[in-house]
Ligand binder design. Structure first.
Ligand code: TYM
Length: 356
């Protein structure tokens, strides 16, 4: 093979990191993902992550992924997974992820993710993976000895997702911080062993929305696995209004932001502040002397105003699954153009023979 046909970023190119190209910009790059494991995203997903996904399209080169490979780390019904993957994509589009400005795709359609995972797994310590708290929690829930190896290596696949795109920033909620730390460690480890190859990403976690809490148990994170206290974007609005009105608060009457002493009220204030574009201080002022019922009624109103048109847009996308699949297929093609460059470079640096 002539010397100059070696892969970009290989030996011949010194320490240059090739990032692939999809956009004619030099904007910093973002990657993030979400699992298609529920019939709807919840407001924690939206405020903690997806809202930033949408706004970062203005400033970054953005790659957003529905992570179906991650979904099968626990049992999934195949027909339901396929349906939820489309529903996830439809929600992202309806929330404002724009395929003209972002690469929106499904993880299983881009083989680079699993190819890079193997290399990263071989750099991950068994003890290091064992320390991941989400694994410990989910493994405990699935019963002793029943957790899959896939669930154990889940964070390494997540690292591969991010590193394949040489992402600079990763907008996520607080629960993903430890996985981001592992991702950074793996990138640094690869670079120090094989020469500078992978961008070390920064978590992008907004403090005030990093952890949205369960409405019925406001000291635990809102989660897909506890539907009782989660506020789902696609749930019937009446049901959500009912949940808001019966949200757990406390026994005094003061509307004040104090997450330690008043977790329920503080969570409602956070939700109302973001959805009504007000600051917490403004809300504390305007609700001084009013009751929790007033706060809940206001939140119910803004939530309804937010989800009603959103649900219509999602339904419209879902009437044409072929069009949705075409958007995702185009996204996968554009994603692969970038991720394949990284994998080729990584395989070369590790010492694999280049296929001719
Ligand atoms: P997932 O699907 O559980 O959640 C998607 C995003 O929503 C955030 N989130 C929350 N934020 C605030 N408050 C909450 N209660 C709340 N619940 C969820 C999550 O932090 C996440 O940002 N492992 C990831 C998916 C993933 C990924 C990636 C993310 C796979 N590969 C690469 C970023 C980069 C997950 O299970 O997210």
């Amino acid at each position: 093979m002539p010397k100059h046909s070696v892969i970009p970023g290989g030996d011949d190119e010194g320490s240059t990191v090739h990032r692939g190209a999809n956009f004619p910009t030099h904007r910093p790059r973002v990657f993030s993902g979400i699992q298609p494991t529920a019939d709807s995203f919840h407001i924690g997903n939206y405020l903690g992550a997806l809202r930033q996904w949408v706004s970062m399209q203005e400033t970054h080169e953005t790659y957003y992924c529905v992570v179906d490979l991650h979904a099968i780390t626990v049992d999934q019904d195949p027909a339901l997974l396929r349906q939820r993957t489309r529903v996830a994509a439809a929600q992202l589009l309806a929330l404002g992820v724009d395929p003209a400005r972002s690469v929106l795709f499904v993880q299983s359609q881009v083989p680079a993710h699993t190819r890079l995972t193997w290399v990263l797994e071989c750099l991950t310590g068994f003890g290091e993976a064992s320390r991941m708290t989400q694994f410990k929690d989910k493994a405990a829930r699935s019963g002793d000895g029943h957790a899959s190896v896939g669930l154990f290596t889940y964070p390494v696949l997540m690292a591969a997702d991010i590193l394949a795109y040489q992402a600079d920033a990763v907008p996520v909620g607080e629960d993903q911080r430890q996985h981001l730390e592992l991702t950074r460690n793996l990138a640094q480890r690869f670079n120090s062993r094989y020469g500078h190859t992978l961008t070390v990403p920064e978590p992008f976690i907004l403090k005030e929305v990093a952890k949205i809490y369960d409405l019925s148990e406001p000291t635990v994170k809102m989660s897909k696995s506890s539907p009782g206290g989660s506020l789902d974007l696609l749930a019937p609005v009446k049901q959500s209004v009912k949940k808001i009105k019966s949200a757990v608060t406390d026994n005094d009457r003061e509307i004040r932001y104090d997450p330690a002493a008043k977790p329920g009220v503080s969570n409602l204030l956070t939700l109302l502040a973001i959805l009504s574009d007000a600051s917490i201080a403004e809300l504390e002022n305007s609700y001084s002397g009013k009751g929790y019922g007033d706060l809940k009624a206001a939140l119910a109103d803004v939530f309804e105003a937010f989800v009603t048109p959103l649900q219509e847009r999602v339904a419209a996308y879902l009437t044409d699954p072929a069009q949705l699949d075409a958007i995702l297929a185009d996204g996968a093609r554009r994603a692969a153009e970038v991720a394949d460059v990284t994998v080729r470079t990584v395989f070369d640096r590790v010492g694999f023979l280049t296929a001719t």
